[in-house]
Design a protein around this ligand. Structure first.
Ligand SMILES: Cc1ncc(COP(=O)(O)O)c(C=O)c1O
Length: 372
């Protein structure tokens, strides 16, 4: 018996989201080598699409790193941080903490600006922290997937720049789902993934470096993530590693789908479906963790009602409704469900199935969701 899944799961967790049917078809395109002329043409096209989708400014370099979002994180850190670099990391949850750990591993002197889990960083707090402890680099998670919080990156980047720091942004859960304008907002480097708002499989990490970051790059201690070696491959066609043509096809198709929908329309779809979900939750007496104005459209941190066993509801949803949602991380374990409405998964049809499934799962524990 084959162990391959035979049925498409409805993926409404923190990622991966559902893979777009067009991307699934692209994945079966014949393999070519990493230096095949057809591959090289694709790389140029993907690079141009990434620059547009990131909203990168003149003189920027974008590419896709082999690996998941964490490899994008490591590429930006490995090329901007060296022993002694002063980094201020805005920590609003699990992934801000990962970013701080990564900077520490590369020898940075890290200052953490810790924010209560479930809240966004206030611009004045960053200003005060940088006045007290100047930094060469400020690192911020745009969309904190562990808490469902959207950080005001545009304002935070302006403050970091006023303090003469480079700005590094984690856009893993925002790229393609929330407005992000790397060049216009003064972001010097950013990274993302393919398996959330882009509707692809995991395996590549889009990264972008603006002109200030390219100029201030450090001597990279990683071979795999060395920006100079990646530029050698993407721009000068020099072998670095055997990049997967299959994953490049998937990214090419995913970015084509994004551009055909239009970025503004895509952001509006994510916002619309998030608001519809919040309304549906409210009708059932449920709410999300972050206050209005600090909420992600792409990832909703739903409070688990008192008396409900979080894991039993997730298991019921998976087994009875074929729907995956995520658990809380760290201090939020058992307290929230993480519901992703990202990329292909941001769709009213899936929302309706989820609400029905949640009602059944809670009823199985003797809990009727109020007023539904
Ligand atoms: C905000 C954020 N940063 C980084 C990552 C790491 O990405 P990956 O799991 O693709 O390595 C994640 C994954 O969920 C994330 O949500």
């Amino acid at each position: 018996m084959s162990l391959l899944p035979s049925r498409e799961r409805i993926l409404l967790g923190p990622g991966p989201s559902m893979t777009s049917p067009r991307v699934m078809r692209a994945l079966s395109t014949p393999t070519v080598s990493h230096l095949d002329p057809q591959m090289l043409a694709l790389l140029d096209d993907v690079r141009a699409r990434l620059l547009r989708t990131f909203g990168a400014g003149e003189g920027s370099f974008a590419c896709a790193v082999s690996g998941t979002g964490t490899s994008g994180m490591e590429t930006t850190v490995a090329n901007l941080v060296e022993p002694g670099t002063r980094v201020l990391v805005v920590v609003t949850g699990y992934f801000g903490d990962r970013l701080a750990q990564m900077c520490e591993r590369y020898g940075a002197v890290v200052t953490r600006l810790n924010v209560e889990w479930g809240r966004a960083c206030r611009p004045n707090d960053l200003d005060a922290a940088l006045t007290k402890t100047p930094a060469d680099l400020v690192a911020i998670v745009h969309a904190e997937t562990s808490t469902g919080v959207l950080n005001p990156v545009q304002e935070l980047a302006a403050i970091a720049r006023a303090h003469h720091a480079l700005v590094l942004v984690d856009a893993v859960t925002s790229f393609g789902g929330h407005p992000l304008k790397v060049g216009a907002w003064g972001i010097d480097a950013a990274y993302s993934c393919t398996q959330k708002c882009l509707g692809g499989p995991s395996g590549l990490a889009p990264v972008v470096f603006g002109p200030r970051a390219l100029e201030r790059r450090t001597a990279c201690r990683s071979f795999y993530f060395d920006l100079g070696l990646l530029e050698d491959y993407w721009l000068r066609r020099k072998y670095h590693h055997t990049m997967s043509s299959t994953l490049v096809y998937a990214l090419y198709e995913a970015l084509s789908v994004v551009e055909e929908e239009g970025l503004e329309a895509r952001w509006a779809r994510h916002e619309h479906n998030h608001r519809a979900f919040i309304d549906q939750l409210a009708k059932r007496g449920l709410s999300v963790l972050p206050p209005d104005g600090e909420r992600l459209w792409t990832l909703n941190a739903v409070r688990v009602p008192d008396g409900i066993n979080d894991a039993a509801v997730r298991a019921h949803l998976l087994e009875q409704s074929n729907i995956e949602i995520g658990a809380g991380l760290g201090p939020l374990a058992g307290k929230i469900w993480r519901v992703g409405l990202m990329g292909e998964s941001s769709d009213t049809r899936y929302l309706a199935l989820l609400m029905q499934g949640l009602e059944h799962a809670c009823a199985a524990q003797g809990h009727q969701l109020g007023g539904a």
